[in-house]
Design a protein around this ligand. Sequence first.
Ligand code: NAD
Length: 264
Amino acid sequence: SNGLMAGKRGLIMGLANDKSIAWGIAKALSDAGAELAFSYQGEALKKRVVPLAEQLGSKIVLPCDVGDEGSIDMLFDTLGQEWDGLDFVVHAIGFSDKTELRGRYVDTTRGNFQMTMDISVYSFTAVMQRAEKLMQNGGSAITLTYYGAERIMPHYNVMGVAKAALEASVRYMAEDLGKDGIRVNAISAGPIKTLAASGIGDFRYIMKWNEYNSPLRRNVSIDDVGGSALYLLSDLSNGVTGETHHVDSGYHIVGMKAVDAPDI
Ligand code: NAD
């Protein structure tokens, strides 16, 4: 343990299994001495999340469907009874109908557009409304976004539109909550093979493209994201808010790569 998070308590939302980005983040925070609580989406995930939480010594594991206001209230009511304060929140949640994570963006249906925005964007705002009340000594929150918010990526479609809105909501919340010492940031992660990512068309091709075309010439791991999350959730980043921090092997800075072979 490096002790960076000693004495800090936080909530991890979006753990599904040991491939989840939330797991990489939770491990880094726990290693640094943080005390963690977890929320899971539904009964089916409970049996996966409980043993993972136990591995990190966490005793608080609660259900929460972020599509339901009452469910979010329940989570934070219980958390407020267990803990006398909250220092950080990790929002690692997104969802869209996978039949629309292929084909054309322009064909997105109204129903899936609304659902995608609700679960992938509004939920972070809804969570911060409750978290703010428990963060009496200031705090730090992060969400997860993707480069498809900024530039066209194949098949990302409505999720790209949602991530753009999520990044904008991070900036507005950074301003609203900044006067109370609460920081709000996003990590824009490169492609990682997770349950959510498996719904995106041609995902293997997207991973290969990122590997070949990023400055570091490799894909990122959930532990890479965990390291950057630790920075954003600890006092090391006390002067940072409203930021979208790319953890993508540098892919987002590239316009065009030179050919590595000298004779072309
Ligand atoms: P994951 O499938 O492990 O996690 C997604 C989580 O969202 C799951 O735990 C799921 O239960 C939760 N979720 C979905 N709907 C929910 C609801 N209604 N209520 C509560 N929870 C709900 O996949 P992941 O890749 O670790 O995704 C985490 C975040 O990272 C997402 O926001 C995703 O868009 C983002 N992201 C992923 C990648 C990638 O390549 N994997 C890249 C950049 C950003």
